[in-house]
Write a protein that binds this ligand. Structure first.
Ligand code: GLU
Ligand code: ZN
Length: 280
C-alpha cells in the first residue's frame, strides 16, 4: 500500500496537431515522445485536433492524422476538437475582459512593424500602441493580455519543465500577446491553456519551439484558477543540415510514406533511437 502511495500518478499527455498541413517526421517524433511518456507508467495519451486556424484549417486532415498515428503504432484517445469549444473560450475571455486584463487592439502586422516593434522570442513584441490610446471602435479588434496588469495580479510564478527544470515566468520576451483574435474567440494561447485543463492533461508534451509560450500559459492558469500541469518540451528533430524539419523544406508527409507501404512501426523504432540521441 505504501509503495502504491509513493508512486506518482500516471501522466495524461497529448499530441495537438493543427490540420493546416500533413504531419511529417517532426510531428511523428513529438507524438512518440508524448505517447511513450504516458505509456511508460500506464497513463493516457490524448489526440486533440487544433482546428481553429481559420481558412488555413483543413478539417479533412483530421482523419489522415488518426491514420498516421495508428500506422506508427500509437494508441490514442481522442478528445473534442477545438472548433467544438469556442463557447468556452469566449466565456473565459469575457471573464478576463471584465477584470480589465485585456485591451482591444486594431493594429495590423505592418502597423506593428512600422511602430518599431522589437523582435521577441515569438516574433515581434507588441509596442503597446492601442494600450496608450484606445483604438478606433469602427475597426475590427483583437484583444491582448495586459502583461503588466496580469503580473500585478498573479505575482511571481514558476513552472516546471521536465528537462529544463524550474522556470520563473517572464513575459518580457513576449509582450502583450493576443488572446482573442480578430476572427476567432481565442488565440492559440487561450485555447490550448483551456483545453489542457479541460482534458485533464498533467504533462504538456510538445516541441521546444513552444517553450517561451508556456510563460503565457502559466500566467493564464493563475488568472483563471486552472490546474497547473508540468511540461516536457522536447528538442526538435533536425535534418542532416541541422535545420528544423518543416513541411516547407520538403520533409515527406507521413501520409505519403504510409501510402508508399513503408513500415510505420519500424519508423517509430528509428525515431525512438533519435530520442535517445537527443536525450528527450
Ligand atoms: N497545435 C499546435 C501546433 O500544431 C501545437 C500546440 C501545442 O502542442 O501546444 O503547432
Ligand atoms: Zn494595436
Amino acid at each position: 500500500m505504501a509503495a502504491a502511495m509513493d508512486r506518482p500518478a500516471p501522466d495524461v499527455t497529448r499530441f495537438a496537431p493543427s490540420p493546416n498541413g500533413h504531419l511529417h517526421l517532426g510531428h511523428a517524433f513529438s507524438a512518440i515522445v508524448a505517447h511513450d511518456l504516458a505509456a511508460a507508467r500506464g497513463g493516457r495519451f490524448l489526440l486533440r485536433i487544433e482546428d481553429i486556424d481559420g481558412p488555413r484549417s483543413r478539417p479533412e486532415l483530421a482523419e489522415e492524422f488518426r491514420a498516421d498515428l495508428a500506422w506508427l503504432g500509437l494508441a490514442f484517445e481522442e478528445v473534442p476538437a477545438q472548433s467544438t469549444r469556442l463557447a468556452a473560450y469566449a466565456a473565459a475571455a469575457e471573464r478576463l475582459k471584465a477584470r480589465g486584463l485585456l485591451y482591444p487592439c486594431t493594429c495590423t502586422r505592418s502597423e506593428i512593424a512600422a511602430a518599431g516593434a522589437l523582435e521577441g522570442s515569438e516574433g515581434l513584441i507588441y509596442p503597446g500602441t492601442c494600450k496608450r490610446r484606445p483604438p478606433d471602435p469602427a475597426r475590427a479588434a483583437a484583444w491582448r493580455l495586459d502583461a503588466e496588469k496580469a503580473l500585478a495580479e498573479t505575482g511571481p510564478l514558476v513552472w516546471e519543465d521536465a528537462l529544463a527544470g524550474p522556470q520563473a515566468v517572464d513575459l518580457a520576451g513576449l509582450g502583450d500577446v493576443v488572446l482573442v483574435r480578430k476572427d476567432l474567440p481565442a488565440s492559440y494561447h487561450l485555447a490550448v491553456t483551456l483545453d489542457d485543463a479541460a482534458d485533464g492533461v498533467t504533462l504538456v508534451t510538445r516541441g521546444a519551439d513552444l517553450f517561451a509560450a508556456t510563460h503565457v500559459h502559466r500566467t493564464l492558469q493563475a488568472l483563471l484558477g486552472l490546474p497547473v500541469p508540468r511540461w516536457h518540451h522536447h528538442p526538435l528533430l533536425l535534418d542532416a543540415q541541422g535545420e528544423k524539419l518543416a513541411k516547407r523544406r520538403g520533409s515527406p508527409a507521413l501520409a505519403t510514406r504510409r501510402a508508399a507501404g513503408e513500415d510505420g512501426a519500424m519508423l517509430a523504432r528509428q525515431l525512438r533511437l533519435q530520442q535517445l540521441v537527443l536525450g528527450t
